[in-house]
Design a protein. Sequence first.
Length: 247
Amino acid sequence: LHGWFYDCDREARWHENYPLAKGDNQSPIEISSKDARYDTCLSPWHASYDPGAAKTILNNGRTCRVVFDDTFDRSVLRGGPLSGAYRLRQLHLHWGSSDDHGSEHVVDGVKYAAELHMVHWNPKHGNFAGALKQSDGVAVVGIFLKVSEIDNIKTKGKEAPFQHFDPSILFPKSRDYWTYHGSFTTPPCEECITWILLREPIEVSADQMAKLRSLSKNGENEPVNPLVDNWRPPQPVKGRIVRASFK
Ligand SMILES: CCN[C@H]1CN(CCOC)S(=O)(=O)c2sc(S(N)(=O)=O)cc21
Ligand SMILES: [Zn+2]
């Protein structure tokens, strides 16, 4: 499998091994709230998550990821721009080496310290692999993290039980969101994602950010290689419309 990396000049070369990375519907993007169109037809989104579906938390050397049991409609997202119920598969984060950057989407020029992605897929496409090939296959809820407070998965490959966790506790008060059609922000960059970006960030402590930054890209018996700056820079909007659920 082709390796890929985040440091800036190498992100510009993802397309050499992953042609989709130069598609017309790539993510992340810069959100300009003044250019977003208020769409009165957009309904509120609803998540009904079963805390019992949470399985493990993993440092895969590229992010910190929590995986959920998605073998049936156990934790689902519906409404908003979506038709049907999308199954929660995993959540993960992107963050910077300091609090002034790290998010993937940028809102009115603002980079948040981190961005949390909750990845859901449309079971009408049979399985996750099938969903990746459909433009309505996947829905990712993006939540921005800003700093105002994780230990035993310090190194790549480390995994631990992560159960009885209801990820809806991570949602901010407001359900206001932007939505647009885009892609995975990592290779192969399939353009199968309906993005639902929540306008209101959630607050995390400096300690919590430090915990994320204390994760290592490398395995247990290798030198510490801080897992930071695992974000892709914004990609060309190419005429896409970003809709807002709020005025
Ligand atoms: C490092 C690899 N990341 C990707 C791996 N997966 C997709 C392909 O799988 C076979 S995934 O569904 O876990 C997601 S979601 C996601 S983002 N940042 O756009 O929300 C990237 C990826
Ligand atoms: Zn992501």
